[in-house]
Ligand binder design. Structure first.
Ligand code: FMN
Length: 363
């Protein structure tokens, strides 16, 4: 079964293709430092030759982030991550850091002098920020100097992540955050070289990825996209196939992997059953491709998609409630249901207290 066949991803020799999707859980300190509890969570889910992608991590103090997300811009945060990484490596697993900048999804509450967050264009997300219970703000339009500064923040964060011991970094270009805001036609109305045509909207992500590759190497750099998946943050693209095919063709083909969120993802929105990732799989055929989204609610398709495509499959919600998910999938055992109420709470309950499979407790 392809799902349990080895595959080389960057510098990591994986033994199977079940990947822990990046999952924000807000269990870090107010200073964005991963705690021992966070280390316990990842270590519980680490497996021999298995890949975990860690939760979205602020690249700098200037992201306007969310409360209690982790960062990778201070020594203390690096030390917190090193403990997490040791726990994962101790079990023979691998872990990538997901580098994140929220752009207009961030909040002035977390920014110096309460300045508004940055975005490609001064267009607010419609609706409320669920993490701050405030309206999304009209963002500041980034200047070209600001764009240079964003790229510098990613370079520093990538180097910090590798210094802390991560096996690689995944650039978060999905789900409606800063990079996705630049790519998408609905959120990027710029008239300079970073807006307008596909080529221009793709310029930021391509320059940024190239800079990270130059800093830490292609085999330690990866990227996540969601061509259809930013609608909950009011991000949509008029021509997802053309836009993302252009980006894929321009990316360094030696990246550790590309990671795509399925249009069929039912997390936060109505699944799109008409579109498919297949055209992107055809473009990115020589190096690892991770597919994610919706497999939690259709676990029977995990093995099938891996068999058909050779893809790695990232699982989100089911990994929260099944620390031994890989074992359960391998042995065709039932899964424990995830509990949304504990996604964004602060303690061990609904985080590290899920139990491994027990045939008496799970008949
Ligand atoms: C609690 C929670 C937190 C998430 N945090 C992130 C994140 O930090 N970065 C990211 O790219 N996606 C994030 N996602 C999306 C997941 O990575 C994944 O794409 C989504 O849950 C769909 O997969 P699933 O159907 O297996 O749950 C999050 C999802 C959930 C449920």
């Amino acid at each position: 079964m392809t799902l349990f066949e080895p595959i080389k991803v960057g510098t990591c020799q994986l033994q199977h293709r079940v990947v822990h999707a990046p999952l924000t859980r807000l269990r870090n300190t107010e200073d964005n430092i991963p705690t021992d509890l966070v280390a316990e969570y990842y270590s519980q889910r680490a497996t021999e030759g298995g890949l975990l992608i860690a939760e979205a991590t602020a690249v700098s103090s200037k992201t306007g982030g969310y409360p209690r997300i982790p960062g990778v811009f201070t020594k203390e945060q690096q030390e917190g991550w090193s403990k997490v990484i040791q726990g994962v490596h101790g079990k023979g697993g691998y872990i990538f850091s997901q580098l994140w900048h929220g752009g207009r999804a961030g909040s002035s509450l977390f920014l110096e002098n309460n300045l508004a967050p940055f975005a490609p264009s001064p267009i607010a997300i419609r609706g409320d920020n669920q993490f701050t219970n405030t309206r999304y703000e009209v963002p500041r339009e980034a200047t070209q100097d600001d764009i240079k500064d964003f790229i510098q923040q990613y370079i520093t964060a990538a180097k910090n992540a590798i210094d802390a011991g991560f096996d690689g970094v995944e650039i978060h270009a999905a789900n409606g955050y800063l990079i996705h805001q630049f790519i998408s036609s609905s959120s990027n109305k710029r008239t300079d070289i970073y807006g307008g045509s596909i080529k221009n909207r793709a310029r930021f992500v391509l320059e940024l990825t190239e800079a990270v590759v130059n800093a830490i190497g292609a085999e330690r750099t990866a990227i996540r996209f969601s061509p259809w998946g930013g609608s909950h943050l009011d991000v949509d693209d008029d021509t997802p196939y053309e836009t993302y095919s252009h980006i894929l063709k321009k990316l360094d083909p030696k990246l550790a992997y590309v990671h795509f969120v399925e249009p069929r993802d039912d997390f936060l929105r109505i699944p799109d059953l008409e579109n498919s990732l297949d055209p992107f799989r055809k473009v990115w055929k020589d190096n690892p491709f991770i597919t994610a989204g919706g497999y939690t609610t259709r676990p029977e398709t995990i093995s099938a998609v891996s068999q058909e495509t050779g893809n790695l499959v990232a699982i989100g919600r089911a990994f929260t409630s099944n620390p031994d998910l890989v074992y359960r999938l391998k042995n065709d055992l039932p899964l424990s249901k995830h509990q949304r109420d504990y996604f964004y709470t602060t303690d061990a309950i609904g985080y590290t207290d899920y139990q491994p499979y027990d045939k008496n407790a799970n008949p």
